[in-house]
Design a protein around this ligand. Structure first.
Ligand SMILES: NC(=O)c1ccc[n+]([C@@H]2O[C@H](COP(=O)([O-])OP(=O)(O)OC[C@H]3O[C@@H](n4cnc5c(N)ncnc54)[C@H](O)[C@@H]3O)[C@@H](O)[C@H]2O)c1
Length: 245
């Protein structure tokens, strides 16, 4: 490994996660990029791709998560950062969402994030000072109609992040929940297609006047896991362009 500081980024094959992995690598970290799949050309033109190591793991499977961290513990003494970007979105209200969509959403968005944090904690504690940033959503704060599983799964991420901050601050582990609004990624592009919406229509109610980009979230993550944020823990940071819901 060429870098002394290490990070795990989950959902790293996705829109936000891949940008976070790039940004932390540019910051000089060695990044273990966890996802169930990666594009063939992932990070192919990233100048710091030698510091990004893809790890294929199903983050909806707690046994696989345990195995991934057991392997990691053979490679590194400690971990400086964990950024959880993994997530899925399934539509439906209480009467229309399928059993499978409810269970998958909670399994990946909430239980997967919980087990990833739990398995990472011993390595994070060994760093002396370290940081977890868990992506929830603004919908985890104010639910959106017709997305009951996603809303609930993300509210749980906000809560579990606060519990972790309370319980492990004394070990030097800081924990923040990050709540993005609309960020242009494959997840949101699919929503635009499904609802026959344009990006301009999505931007219309956003006070700052534009839809966010993955690099906006990556810059925030760089701060939250970096040396300038050592008194930031237990909170929720919204990155929404001013949109409240
Ligand atoms: N894009 C937005 O506007 C927005 C807004 C609020 C919150 N979020 C949250 O930000 C995070 C990233 O979203 P995104 O827009 O980049 O989505 P994305 O779909 O581009 O990325 C999500 C990634 O998670 C991975 N993933 C899904 N299930 C997995 C599993 N079982 N095991 C391993 N990896 C798995 C996918 O392969 C994908 O690469 C998600 O948690 C999402 O809920 C996004």
């Amino acid at each position: 490994m060429s870098a002394s500081r290490t990070a795990v980024v989950t959902g790293a094959g996705g829109g936000i996660g891949s940008a976070v992995a790039s940004r932390l690598a540019a910051d000089g970290m060695h990044v273990f990029a966890f996802d169930v799949r990666f594009a063939d050309d992932a990070w192919s033109d990233d100048p710091h791709r030698d510091r990004i190591e893809p790890v294929v793991v199903d983050l909806g499977d707690h046994v696989a998560i345990k195995a991934a961290f057991a392997s990691l513990a053979e490679r590194v003494e400690s971990l400086d950062a964990l950024v959880n970007c993994v997530g899925i979105m399934r539509r439906g209200d209480a009467l229309t969402i399928s059993d499978e969509d409810w269970l998958d959403t909670i399994r990946i968005n909430t239980t997967g994030v919980f087990f990833t944090c739990r398995e990472a904690l011993p390595l994070l504690a060994k760093a002396g000072t370290s940081s977890i940033a868990n992506i929830a959503s603004n919908w985890g704060l104010i639910p959106a109609p017709g997305h009951i599983a996603y809303n609930a799964s993300k509210a749980a991420v906000v809560s579990l992040s606060k519990s972790l901050a309370l319980d492990f601050g004394r070990l030097g582990v800081r924990v923040t929940a990050v709540c993005p609004g609309e960020i242009l990624t494959p997840m949101v592009e699919k929503r635009l297609r499904d609802n026959n919406l344009t990006e301009a229509e999505l931007a219309a109610p956003i006070p700052i006047g534009r839809v966010g980009r993955p690099k906006d979230v990556a810059a925030l993550m760089s701060y939250l896991v970096g040396p300038e944020s050592t008194y930031v823990t237990g909170g929720t940071v919204e990155i929404t362009g001013g949109l409240f819901s």
